[in-house]
Design a protein around this ligand. Structure first.
Ligand SMILES: [Zn+2]
Length: 216
């Protein structure tokens, strides 16, 4: 499954990033090594342990970056293993697995994306541009959720909001796409709410449990 990774900037701790976004181990390690400033709490801890100054609102010092790079591999491994242990207690099929399965069922007629952009304004523009360029030649439409929505689904267990449109965009086309998305989600055993309106979203109440891909 091809995930667009949410920007790590949205997280305060590496554990949250791992649990919500399920990046690959390499991507996780890279974020901890190169952009420790994405995780203010983590950086604060490192600074305290090493008697270095750190304020969330200032540039990260070269010393602190060096410290972060030095501890990143051990830290990444520890947080990763802890999350893997937790995931072993999960049900055989999680709601995120069901969502993935629904996307697979819809492909290639309807293109499904995860964590597509920070907000809908950015996502719509991107889809319009890609559709105009002919990047989805076989698709009759697309479905996605943005990073704000997955953040809420993860943090506060609110319903994941899925947005959709047809290619080319039309009211009837959009409704037809939404109906197919609705059916696929139901087929996979998810609860789905939609008002049959082409202008609104499909809401999927779910428990956020996204699996990590094993690290090599
Ligand atoms: Zn945006």
């Amino acid at each position: 499954m091809d995930y667009q990774l949410p920007d790590p900037l949205f997280f305060t701790t590496p554990s949250d990033y791992l649990a919500r976004a399920a990046p690959s181990y390499e991507e996780f390690l890279k974020a901890l090594t190169e952009r420790p400033d994405y995780f203010p709490d983590y950086l604060e801890e490192l600074a305290q342990a090493n008697d270095l100054d750190y304020s969330e609102y200032e540039d990260v010092s070269a010393e602190l970056l060096e410290v972060a790079a030095a501890v990143a591999p051990a830290m990444a491994e520890k947080i990763w293993d802890k999350e893997v242990l937790k995931q072993q207690t999960w049900p055989f099929e999680t709601d995120n697995d069901r969502l993935d399965a629904a996307y697979a069922q819809l492909a290639p007629t309807i293109v499904g994306h995860h964590d597509e952009w920070c907000c809908n304004s950015c996502a719509w523009v991107d889809y319009e541009t890609k559709a105009e360029k002919g990047m989805y030649p076989d698709a009759e439409g697309y479905v996605f959720y943005n990073e704000q929505s997955s953040e809420k689904a993860y943090d506060s267990h609110r319903g994941l909001l899925l947005y959709f449109n047809s290619i080319p965009s039309s009211e009837e086309g959009s409704k037809a796409v939404a109906r197919k998305v609705f059916d696929a989600l139901k087929d996979q055993g998810l609860k789905v709410e939609w008002s049959e309106d082409s202008e609104t979203y499909i809401e999927v109440p779910m428990i956020w449990q996204r699996r990590l891909t094993p690290r090599s």
